[in-house]
Ligand binder design. Structure first.
Ligand code: ZN
Ligand code: ZN
Length: 162
């Protein structure tokens, strides 16, 4: 069980690395066709980019199917992928992009930094020239920016968004 939880946490950490690499080199690379829907103004609730959720969902499901027979490492890898996918959805889709109006602006410096970093990512509408490809790991410069703008966040949020 302890080893299983270790595998799950390791998978979770590796998923952030994988998400960063995928985002930078695949989504802003040869799969830009799908990811472009996430960088252009929305036309409907769903985007082609959502297919990536289905991809990770399928991956986790296969891990659960094959790993739950003997509760082996595959089960815990599936749990790590699911945990990451869930948090990614909450942070990226619900908190940052507000696809469902559940969360307001956070006061927490880390959450503010994630928001700023991802908005900087979205400043570029095209395939090239973007930055901040990760999700839960944030560059320290955005933490500093979030601290600095905590008191005047409306002004800062406004300039970053435009
Ligand atoms: Zn992107
Ligand atoms: Zn986004």
């Amino acid at each position: 069980m302890i080893i299983g939880i270790g595998i799950m946490l390791l998978t979770f950490g590796l998923m952030e690395v994988k998400a960063w690499l995928m985002h930078k080199y695949v989504l802003h690379g040869f799969l830009w066709k799908l990811h472009r829907s996430h960088h252009t103004p929305k036309k409907s609730f769903f985007e082609w980019n959502d297919l990536f959720f289905a991809y990770y969902g399928l991956l986790a499901m296969l891990c659960f199917i094959y790993g739950s027979e003997n509760m082996d490492f595959r089960f815990w890898i599936g749990a790590g992928i699911s945990l990451y996918g869930f948090l990614y959805f909450v942070v990226h889709d619900l908190y940052i992009h507000r696809r469902l109006k559940i969360f307001g602006k956070a006061d927490n410096v880390y959450l503010r930094a994630l928001d700023i970093a991802h908005r900087v990512h979205h400043k570029t509408r095209g395939r090239d020239g973007s930055e901040s490809f990760g999700m839960l790991w944030v560059h320290p410069k955005f933490i500093r920016l979030a601290k600095k703008t905590a008191s005047q966040r409306n002004v800062a949020g406004g300039t970053l968004l435009n």
